[in-house]
Each structure stands twice: as structure tokens, then as C-alpha cells.
Design a protein around this ligand. Structure first.
Ligand code: PRP
Ligand code: ZN
Length: 308
């Protein structure tokens, strides 16, 4: 813990206050201060109906209408702070949780900040297989995950741990390959590198530490209920369509909905309006089948929250 305090100078006073204050009734959530997860983490909390000031220059903010405090931290430090109990829960990339090997529970995968930890080599190289890494120097900020991959695949290579700007390692002659996070791929491209294979897939995850008070467990349950309602809504769409009555059975079997579709008669006799919910995953296939069954005037709307 000492080492991390030194890395976060402005944070020392805050930690001191937290550790010396009486057991607070608010749940402390750590999110990334700046970087790939920051905006989506803030947006998720706001979509849960929790109002707070998300200014980047702050170390901490309190929600106005929910018993939660938000701490802004470097993502690499979040698993440690959660396992030490400085924060009760955190939102962080699964890749960081895996690398840090701190004792935390992965409570809920959140579906954003999807990325992969991949091996990349200079663009000019021909086809590159895992076995080609034998004898290579690999620069990475993820030495543990990389080492595990190499061991599991019987590859003998040297790992150079560096804490940032891994993508410049090949051009300065530090390593022949890198193992780094790839999201859009633009960092690799601008540095003349290409992704050759993936060793770990990641997305944002809500993590929690051990030993939460019963009071905080209840707050967490409430928060989780909201997060699930928000994320479920994102994966589903509300659908309305008109269908000839003779085709209603077929159309209802394509559209199971939450319980069963709602059917309302139209003024035009022999026709009904059908309302239901469809999943984003197989959305276009479902629309195709509905059209084949004679559905018309299909309207699709986003859902804000979904509570089952
Ligand atoms: C990763 C990685 C690259 C960038 C790749 O950093 O180190 O810099 O994202 O993204 P791209 O494929 O969209 O260009 P990360 O956001 O994890 O930041 P950090 O290592 O500084 O925490
Ligand atoms: Zn980081």
C-alpha cells in the first residue's frame, strides 16, 4: 500500500481521512480518473439515475440522491484499493484485474470498454505464428498475463516490463514484439505495428472487496439492480408492428417478448397491432422472419430501463 500512496501524492490526505473516519454509510465506488473507461463508467452511473459532479479535477465526489461516493483513481490502482478496502467496489478493465492478481470478486461484467490483449509485431513482417515468438524480446505492461500465455504454450521468450508507451518499443530497438491492449487498433497502426494474435479478451467489470457491512451490501444490491436494468435495456428494443389476424400465431412465436406479446385490435378489421421486445443480438433475422409472415409498419424503439 505504501508504494501506491507515493504514486498518488494528492491522494494521501484523502486515504488518511477515509481510513480514520468512522465506518461510513456510503458505498465507495472507484472509477478510472481518465482514459478509455472513464466516460462510459460515468455514463453508466448517470443512467442508473445517480446524480453527481463528474469533474475530472476532483479526487472524489458524492452522489446527491444515492448513498454512494465516487473516487477517481488510476485504473491500474483500482484492484489494489478495492482489495485493501479503501474503495468498496470499482469499475475497471478485466485485463487489469487479471494482471494485478489482487483478491477481489468480479461482480458483474458491464459490456463496455471491450478490448483485447494482443501480440503485435512490425507491419512489414510476414505471417507470424505464436511459435515464432521463441527467442523474442516482448515489451508489455502485462507481464503476468503474458508470462502465463508463454508458459502455457511452451514458448521461450523474454519479457520486458514497461509501464507505458509500449507501442514504441520495437521502433527504438527495445523489443521485437509487444503485448498490449488493442481497442480500435489505431495506436498499433500509427506506430507501424500489426496485431498477430490475441492472448486475452477484456471488458469493463464491476469488482468488489471482501467484508462489506450489511448496510453497504444493501446499497450494492440496489446499485446492481439498476445496472442490470440499464444494461438489459441496451440489449433489447421495443417493437410494434401491424399483422393480419390470420398470421398472429406465427408472429407471436417469433416474438416471445418478456411474457407474451401484447395484441391490440386495429380499426381496420382483420388486423392487429403487436407490441413486444426483441434482443439486439438476432434483431435483423427476427425482422426478416416478421416480414415473411406479412408484418407491416414495423416500428422499433430504444428502451430506457428494463425491469423483469
Ligand atoms: C491501451 C493501449 C493503447 C491503447 C490502444 O491503453 O496501451 O495505448 O489503449 O487503443 P486503440 O487500439 O484504440 O488505439 P489503455 O487505454 O489501457 O491505457 P493505460 O494503459 O494508460 O491505462
Ligand atoms: Zn492504466
Amino acid at each position: 500500500m505504501q508504494a501506491r500512496f507515493r504514486k498518488e501524492p494528492g491522494f494521501l490526505f484523502l486515504i488518511f481521512t477515509i481510513m480514520n473516519s468512522e465506518e461510513p454509510k456510503k458505498l465507495r465506488l472507484a472509477i478510472q480518473k481518465s482514459g478509455r473507461l472513464n466516460e462510459d463508467s460515468i455514463q453508466l452511473i448517470k443512467e442508473c439515475g445517480i446524480h453527481f459532479n463528474g469533474r475530472m479535477d476532483k479526487l472524489k465526489s458524492e452522489a446527491a440522491n444515492f448513498p454512494i461516493e465516487i473516487l477517481y483513481l488510476r485504473d491500474d490502482d483500482i484492484p489494489g484499493y478495492v482489495s485493501d478496502g479503501v474503495a468498496d467496489i470499482g469499475i475497471v478493465g478485466d485485463n487489469v484485474v487479471e494482471e494485478k492478481e489482487k483478491i477481489v470478486e468480479r461482480i458483474e461484467y458491464l459490456g463496455f470498454a471491450k478490448c483485447r490483449l494482443s501480440i503485435a509485431v512490425p507491419k512489414a513482417m510476414d505471417s507470424f505464428q505464436p511459435a515464432d515468438l521463441n527467442g523474442y524480446n516482448i515489451a508489455t505492461s502485462y507481464p503476468k498475463i503474458t508470462r502465463r500465455y508463454l508458459e502455457n504454450n511452451g514458448i521461450q521468450a523474454n519479457i520486458h516490463e514497461i509501464s507505458g508507451s509500449v507501442e514504441i518499443a520495437p521502433s527504438i530497438g527495445l523489443a521485437g514484439a509487444i503485448c498490449d491492449i488493442v481497442s480500435s487498433g489505431s495506436t498499433l497502426m500509427t506506430n507501424g505495428l500489426k496485431e498477430v494474435f490475441t492472448i486475452y479478451k477484456s471488458e469493463a467489470v464491476l469488482i468488489g472487496g471482501e467484508g462489506l457491512s450489511n448496510e453497504k451490501k444493501l446499497i450494492l444490491q440496489d446499485l446492481l439492480f439498476r445496472i442490470r436494468a440499464v444494461n438489459k435495456a441496451k440489449n433489447n428494443k421495443y417493437i410494434m408492428l401491424n399483422a393480419p389476424n390470420s398470421k398472429l400465431d406465427k408472429i407471436c412465436s417469433i416474438l416471445p417478448g418478456m411474457k407474451s406479446p401484447s395484441i391490440l385490435p386495429l380499426a381496420d378489421s382483420g388486423w392487429s397491432s403487436v407490441h413486444s421486445v426483441v434482443q439486439e443480438d438476432n434483431f435483423w433475422a427476427i425482422i426478416e422472419s416478421l416480414k415473411e409472415q406479412g408484418a407491416q409498419g414495423i416500428l422499433v424503439l430504444p428502451i430506457e430501463k428494463m425491469i423483469l
